[in-house]
Design a protein around this ligand. Structure first.
Ligand SMILES: [Zn+2]
Length: 224
């Protein structure tokens, strides 16, 4: 999502809504099961070489201030293990995974929805359906170069919702498209499926099997 749009349009709405922040009292939509039992695991515990850049715990995100109180990354265990395998394969090629976001409590999705103007809601997950991030099976990722330690250049920035974020965008440099395609091939080899409008967003193949969750990070950590 372009920061111009974010900075200018969200400012007014967010001034009022931030006073309340994410409201964990609100309830996610009821869904018919059965679902697999949730088993969220912390990614860094499985693989300490994964790099975390949890944007919603920083000011470097589309609303310009932190939404998460802590910078953590969780996924359901099979998805987490698949991500670790993708990271291992990438490291052999000289790259590592950077995690921008993974499990996201439903109230945060609802919060994003509430502060987004009607004409931009197409870019935001509808809380009435929930996001795959809410099920602990979606992850937003990029790559960094193991030698330089720097993040690679992709065709556009994370959360820039424009034609440049599409997985088939043919503009930008050949190198940036090559990096995006390497990320896609590595993730899809382990059972993730790219969301075509966002080169950084991957759903794990079994994401429908898990329920929408609304557990804050602090409680996920305590329950483990
Ligand atoms: Zn995402």
């Amino acid at each position: 999502m372009k920061k111009i749009f974010l900075g200018s349009i969200f400012l007014f709405a967010s001034f009022f809504i931030f006073a309340a922040g994410c409201n964990y009292e609100q309830k996610p939509p009821k869904e018919e099961g059965p679902f697999l039992k949730s088993d969220l695991v912390e990614l860094k515990e499985l693989d300490s070489t994964l790099r975390l850049d949890i944007r919603y715990a920083t000011t470097n995100n589309f609303i310009g201030r932190p939404v998460y109180k802590v910078a953590c990354a969780f996924l359901q265990r099979p998805a987490a293990e698949a991500l670790v395998r993708a990271n291992k394969a990438l490291r052999k090629k000289g790259y590592g995974l950077v995690i921008y976001d993974s499990y996201r409590p439903w109230s945060v999705t609802k919060f994003f929805w509430d502060i987004t103007p009607e004409d931009k809601k197409q870019f935001i997950a509808d809380p009435n359906k929930g996001s795959f991030h809410n099920r602990g099976c979606a992850v937003d990722v990029s790559l960094f170069d193991l030698k330089s330690g720097k993040e690679v250049t992709m065709p556009c920035e994370f959360d820039e919702f424009s034609e440049r974020s599409h997985i088939n965008y043919q503009g930008g440099t050949a190198e940036s498209r090559h990096m995006r395609d390497l990320l896609q091939a590595s993730m899809e080899a382990e059972g993730f499926i790219v969301y075509k409008s966002e080169w950084w967003h991957y759903n794990y193949k079994d994401c429908y099997k898990y329920p929408i969750l609304n557990i804050p990070f602090e409680e996920v950590m305590k329950s483990r």
